[in-house]
Ligand binder design. Structure first.
Ligand SMILES: [Zn+2]
Length: 289
């Protein structure tokens, strides 16, 4: 009797587990990419905290760990792709401490296909003392490799897409808190969609919820399109003299015809970030971004 019960409950729990879905691991990479990066092995979904946290909702998604060496430093990255719907937006996440952004990337990859590339840094912003988003020097091996990976998956007509989180508020003393609708400079201007809300997790109108664009010249059309969706915009005007080696600056200076869209919210507010993804995707499909 006990044995029969076991025979019944084990397959049942396996069935339930497969219905709620979980991630596939270590899928084959495109031939071309095999020459650019090394394929590492993910022994289980727990080998990455980000995948472990999201595993239950990662059916249709496959995760790989890949690596490359730049200037003697090894970079590890998690590559996630929607195997059912490989064509779709492709996101870059440089900061491993921004968990809400990663959870939103899982949502986007399931809903719209495509996938994302995330830098691994043991859950920290910096990887071996380097900010992964201040390492895009012109012509560097790092820049070339990251863009090679992204360009392998990004549909040609879509902009470069990134997801970030920032700290609540608008500290002017450096760090992540500096990104806010209430902080402007001579090169970065704010274009609010309405009244800016101050405080923690105030949704689309929060001072920390914003779509960050960058270019050599202000693109008022894109700003208007985003504002009409109720989205705050920050626009950075980039010049060679002000280049901070971030991805946004690299794209504005060297890959400007593709465009750059960064969706940013306060840490922990993935629900607002998902709403913003839906609005941005609507504009991308309409050809307005
Ligand atoms: Zn970030």
């Amino acid at each position: 009797m006990k044995k029969n019960l076991l025979f019944f409950t084990v397959p049942l729990s396996l069935l339930l587990f497969s219905l709620t879905g979980c991630v596939k691991l270590n899928c084959p990479l495109p031939e071309d990419l095999n020459r650019t990066v090394k394929k590492e092995t993910l022994s289980s979904s727990s080998a990455s905290a980000d995948i472990k946290r999201n595993n239950w909702r990662m059916d249709d998604l496959c995760a790989n760990r890949i690596s490359f060496v730049d200037n003697g430093k090894k970079w590890n990255l998690i590559l996630v792709r929607n195997t059912k719907q490989p064509n779709g937006p492709f996101w870059f996440l440089p900061h491993d401490n921004e968990n809400a952004a990663l959870d939103a990337a899982v949502y986007a990859s399931k809903k719209y296909g495509g996938g994302f590339l995330a830098v691994e840094a043991n859950g920290n912003r910096y990887a071996g003392g380097k900010d992964p988003n201040r390492n895009f020097k012109a012509g560097s091996h790092y820049s070339q490799t990251i863009f090679k990976i992204i360009d392998t998956f990004k549909p040609k007509q879509m902009p470069y897409l990134t997801l970030h989180n920032n700290k609540n508020g608008h500290s002017k003393f450096g760090g992540e808190g500096t990104v806010s609708m209430r902080v402007t400079s001579n090169k970065t201007k704010s274009y609010p969609a309405g009244k800016i809300a101050i405080g923690s997790k105030k949704g689309l109108h929060d001072e920390d919820s914003l779509v960050y664009l960058a270019g050599k010249n202000t693109n008022q059309k894109k700003i208007n399109a985003l504002n009409s969706q109720g989205l705050n915009v920050k626009y950075e005007r980039v010049s060679r003299g002000s280049n901070d080696n971030s991805m946004s600056n690299y794209i504005a200076l060297y890959k400007s015809r593709h465009g750059y869209v960064n969706i940013e919210v306060e840490s922990g507010d993935s629900s607002t970030q998902k709403k913003m993804i839906d609005k941005v995707m609507k504009l991308i499909y309409r050809g307005e971004l």
